[in-house]
Design a protein around this ligand. Sequence first.
Ligand SMILES: *[C@@H]1O[C@H](CO)[C@@H](O)[C@H](O)[C@H]1NC(C)=O
Ligand SMILES: *[C@@H]1O[C@H](CO)[C@@H](O)[C@H](O)[C@H]1NC(C)=O
Ligand SMILES: *[C@@H]1O[C@H](CO)[C@@H](O)[C@H](O)[C@H]1NC(C)=O
Length: 115
Amino acid sequence: MKFLYCAVLVLAVLAASHAYSASWGKRSGSDYLLSRQVVVRHPIKNNYISVNVNYPGSGNSVYNITLVNVIDNFRNSSGATPSLWSGGPNYRFVQVNLRSQVSRGINSTVEIYGR
Ligand SMILES: *[C@@H]1O[C@H](CO)[C@@H](O)[C@H](O)[C@H]1NC(C)=O
Ligand SMILES: *[C@@H]1O[C@H](CO)[C@@H](O)[C@H](O)[C@H]1NC(C)=O
Ligand SMILES: *[C@@H]1O[C@H](CO)[C@@H](O)[C@H](O)[C@H]1NC(C)=O
């Protein structure tokens, strides 16, 4: 019984912490904020929205990326799921995909740090 209770508690904590925010890499205090974009999309009924965020627009940045940080601004479990599709830490470009939930919009901030 006690075990079951603990298992349920752990599951509840995991569910609550299901993050629509994510980060890859690690930054030091002297790294620059290379880019901060707020991606906002209105929901599409019965469909999801997929948005690619590229940094820099094309080619390579002069800086090496140290941290990619995606913040879900909904903060209520309606947020888009971020995935690192290419590049990122130790590269000079990055592509992050934001995939919304069905019939939900997107309001996520993508921050890129480098040095
Ligand atoms: C980026 O990393 C590469 C490989 O470690 C290094 O050669 C280069 O100098 C770095 N560039 C900057 C701007 O720090
Ligand atoms: C997106 O989230 C930010 C931060 O919470 C908020 O200031 C902004 O109004 C939101 N934008 C929309 C269109 O909901
Ligand atoms: C989460 O917040 C967004 C923006 O405020 C809202 O559109 C959405 O309906 C909310 N989702 C839930 C499950 O409350």
